[in-house]
Ligand binder design. Structure first.
Ligand code: ZN
Length: 237
């Protein structure tokens, strides 16, 4: 028998897997530094917490390593590169043009055309594309935030988008605030919907307890698979 739950330890989101093994095992996985603890059923949740806290330094060090690796495989923003937009791989076509504006336009043939001022640097292109992703995500997320606040009957939160290294979303129910990871603009629409539901379910229950899980089960029966798919992919690609 095996069960998986997500628990929060010292600010880390930890995947706790219960299975019939001898010893507790902590792993940190690329590319996002996902933390997974495998533990025999006999070890209490408190003991798991202590084990994770004891190895916090090591965990953080692993996560920094993965972050460094991710930065090294950074994009160059040249024609031919693949960039994901809501789960779809698009081929970048960079077209230099007169003027100082950047126009980004996906088309029906899976191309992402980026018209940029001649001589634009990699950094500038990265910033433009990132701003474009932010707009796309804002547009897609806004109606979903409204949808889930209505369905869960919780107040509509204030929300924002930011780049996060190890989380897809976060929230502060007391402040009525939700943050979404900018990189969700690269993931499939169901993944975005799941992350929004997850964060807003915390307005019903702040912990990953039975109440919280039943909100997820009731509203998105396939959420476990969506989450597994989301976590199997690089946080940033
Ligand atoms: Zn959560």
């Amino acid at each position: 028998m095996m069960s998986t739950e997500l628990i929060e330890i010292a600010g880390l989101s930890v995947e706790l897997v219960r299975k019939p093994i001898k010893n507790l095992h902590i792993g940190v996985y690329p590319p996002a530094g996902r933390v997974r603890v495998a533990a025999p059923p006999a070890i209490s949740d408190d003991a798991v917490r202590v084990a994770v806290v004891t190895r916090l330094g090591w965990i953080k060090k692993q996560q920094r390593e993965f972050e460094k690796q991710a930065r090294q495989s950074e994009r160059r923003y040249v024609s031919g590169e693949t960039h994901f937009v809501f789960g779809k791989p698009l081929r970048l076509l960079v077209k230099p043009a007169a003027g100082n504006r950047c126009v980004i336009q996906p088309d029906a043939s899976d191309r992402l055309t980026m018209t940029v001022p001649a001589g634009a640097t990699t950094d500038q292109k990265a910033r433009w594309l990132s701003a474009w992703y932010r707009l796309q995500l804002k547009e897609r997320a806004a109606p979903r935030i409204v949808k889930w606040s209505e369905r869960l009957d919780v107040p509509e939160p204030r929300w924002g988008i930011k780049l996060m290294q190890t989380k897809w979303g976060s929230c502060n129910p007391d402040k009525g605030l939700v943050w979404l990871n900018l990189d969700l603009a690269k993931k499939s629409p169901p993944a975005l919907d799941y992350v929004i539901l997850h964060e807003m379910a915390h307005f019903v229950s702040p912990r990953h307890d039975d109440v919280f899980l039943s909100v997820l089960d009731r509203n998105m029966p396939g959420w476990r698979q969506i989450r597994a798919d989301l976590n199997a992919l690089p946080l940033s690609e």
